[in-house]
Write a protein that binds this ligand. Structure first.
Ligand SMILES: [Zn+2]
Length: 306
């Protein structure tokens, strides 16, 4: 086997491994049974790796059963809260590099609800002039088409099903919770590098070895720590400028309905239709420690340039 992060070759029978936990309905012989770890960079890999068609099928219809087609922050303050925390990190670095009020063409790969774009559009410090979403899930793509032009008419908006369809270059490319879904992410990172403007930046967020704290892991196929993430990014021709862990010390899956949410936050969440969305989001992020550096925390965030 060849490690997709450090390219070293190893025998998967002799390296450290652990069980890949599956839900009952996933125990059909088509899902991974183990996580094997690269002896060099410690990347965890689902084994046997799911076939590409299985992953494509999953990624294209994750929200198939969703009844509504307008995902707005007020309805989903939990997702918006995390998007805000990511944006805060990005904005600090953008301003450091390009100054306040810089103009921004943003490419969001695996855009989902598109809330990272909302957080950027609401920024008073950076001028979002273009938001391009890559989203294989047709329900999300439809929602983005429905909500974006209406909510942000002054921002140019484009949506694509896959990265090779996207023309042009970008000041910021976001890969939030994308790389852990790709059995071989290096070609994607190499094309991302080609899509960066000369001064452009990539933002990456992945779970911080989520086998430590999640009950079920599918469809995640790669499990990063700091070392393996940095190795992959450098190997793709990108120069890391920032890498850190964030979030609670893991003792359970971070979730907006977690039993660990404080009483006050739970009450605020009950009033999500009435209260300002930023207030609700900020309460949620306080509970999740989403803005707090913690190398043992739930997520790894990385910023890199060319
Ligand atoms: Zn490796």
């Amino acid at each position: 086997m060849i490690c997709p992060a450090c390219s070293n070759r190893f025998d998967e029978q002799t390296v450290p491994r652990r069980e890949y936990p599956l839900r009952g309905k996933e125990q059909d012989g088509r899902h991974p049974s183990s996580i094997v770890f690269c002896p060099t960079c410690e990347l965890g890999m689902a084994w046997p790796a799911p076939v590409a068609e299985q992953m494509d099928e999953y990624n294209a219809a994750f929200w198939e059963t969703a009844q509504e087609l307008t995902f707005e922050p007020k309805r989903y303050p939990n997702y918006y809260a995390l998007a805000k925390a990511r944006w805060a990190q990005i904005e600090r670095n953008l301003i450091e590099k390009s100054g306040e009020h810089c103009e921004l063409a943003l490419l969001d790969i695996g855009a989902g609800h598109g809330f990272l774009g909302w957080a950027a559009a609401r920024s008073g410090k950076v001028q979002l002039k273009e938001y391009t979403a890559v989203e294989p899930d047709h329900t999300f793509r439809q929602s983005l088409e429905n909500t974006w032009r209406r909510s942000w008419p002054s921002v140019k908006f484009f949506a694509f099903a896959s990265l090779p369809q996207v023309p042009g270059r970008f000041d910021l490319v976001v890969l939030s919770h994308v790389l852990e879904h790709l059995p071989d992410p290096r070609p994607t990172l190499e094309s991302v590098r080609e899509k960066l403007s000369p001064n452009g930046m990539v933002f990456i967020e992945v779970p911080n070895q989520d086998y430590r704290f999640k009950q079920y892991l599918f469809p995640h196929v790669l499990f990063f720590n700091r070392q393996s993430l940095e190795t992959l990014v450098r190997g793709s021709g990108l120069m890391p400028a920032f890498l850190g862990g964030f979030g609670r010390r893991v003792a359970g899956q971070p979730s907006w309905d977690s039993e660990r949410l404080g009483l006050l936050t739970k009450s605020v969440l009950k009033l999500k239709g009435i209260l300002p969305v930023d207030l609700v989001a900020d309460f949620l992020n306080r509970d999740l420690c989403a803005d707090r550096r913690n190398e043992e925390g739930t997520w790894l965030r990385l910023l890199a340039g060319r």
